[in-house]
Design a protein around this ligand. Structure first.
Ligand SMILES: Nc1ncnc2c1ncn2[C@@H]1O[C@H](COP(=O)(O)OP(=O)(O)O)[C@@H](O)[C@H]1O
Ligand SMILES: [Mg+2]
Length: 250
């Protein structure tokens, strides 16, 4: 079996009375694609942010390969550099070109020499088919193109895993497809990915496992076919029925 890339054990994160992550344990292996879905406000983003240590969990441990990220002695900047993160609300620096945005983290975080950073950034832009837009500024690009640059930025550092938090949900429906195409390319390349998404046809096509997340917890996991045919839990059943109805309407 492939090596475990990321793992968490008994993870907790609360905000006052809200429990966003409730004793969650999870692992993902090299080359796997896992897809998290579930109601809004259930804690999916918090779960992803805790895995990337962008939000510090209250309790529990996170591992990236065999390094424990929740140990106080860990250099978090260094560790985070090995985790790609793609946000729902695309944030690129407005005053930097596509290339500049991708280069920046290579130069700042990885302290890569200029020429090498440029080369790596161009390579990442090529992978998301944005190399012709390298010299353009975010304002000159569509939302889908900006998100592809966001994905290139995550890819360029050659991370162990990429976490994507609803990468298409801030986009107009007609722009969703191009970002999904990019994710499909990454899947074909064998990229290890944990994706929060409600794009069900895409999930069915690429996910090795789907994870139904509700009220701060993993309620049910299984292959996409399970969720499309006969989820076990009542909650997943209801949620899937609503999703499928919504997809049909669109
Ligand atoms: N920084 C924060 N401060 C206070 N409450 C938060 C914060 N982040 C998330 N929450 C709350 O935690 C719950 C889970 O949020 P979130 O992880 O964004 O859920 P999801 O991504 O599933 O919509 C929500 O009730 C949200 O309001
Ligand atoms: Mg969210």
């Amino acid at each position: 079996m492939a090596e475990i890339v990321m793992e968490c054990k008994n993870l907790w994160k609360t905000y006052g009375k809200i429990i966003a992550v409730k004793d969650v344990s999870f692992q993902i292996r090299e080359g796997e694609i896992k897809l998290v879905f579930g109601p809004s406000g259930s804690g999916k983003s918090t779960f992803l942010r805790c895995l990337a240590m962008l939000t510090i969990p209250d309790k529990g441990d996170v591992y990236l390969r065999d390094q424990c990220l929740t140990k106080p002695s860990v250099d978090l900047n260094k560790a985070r550099a090995k985790i790609g993160f793609v946000f729902q609300h695309i944030w690129l620096f407005r005053h930097l070109t596509a290339l500049g945005n991708v280069e920046l983290s290579l130069r700042r975080v990885l302290k890569m020499p200029k020429d090498e950073a440029r080369e790596k950034a161009m390579e990442a832009l090529r992978l998301v088919k944005m190399e012709d837009w390298a010299k353009h500024y975010p304002a000159q690009m569509s939302g889908g193109q900006q998100q592809r640059v966001g994905i290139a930025r995550a890819l360029a550092r050659n991370p162990n895993i990429i976490l994507l938090d609803e990468p298409t949900s801030a986009l107009d429906p007609e722009l969703t497809g191009e970002v999904i195409d990019t994710l499909r390319d990454l899947a074909r390349m064998g990229t290890t990915m944990l994706i929060v998404s409600h794009e069900m046809p895409f999930a069915r096509e690429v996910a090795d496992e789907m994870i139904f997340y509700d009220e701060g917890a993993i309620v049910e996991t299984g292959p996409p076919e399970l969720f499309f045919t006969n989820p076990e839990s009542e909650r997943a059943k209801k949620f899937m029925a609503r999703l499928i109805k919504k997809t049909k309407r669109e």
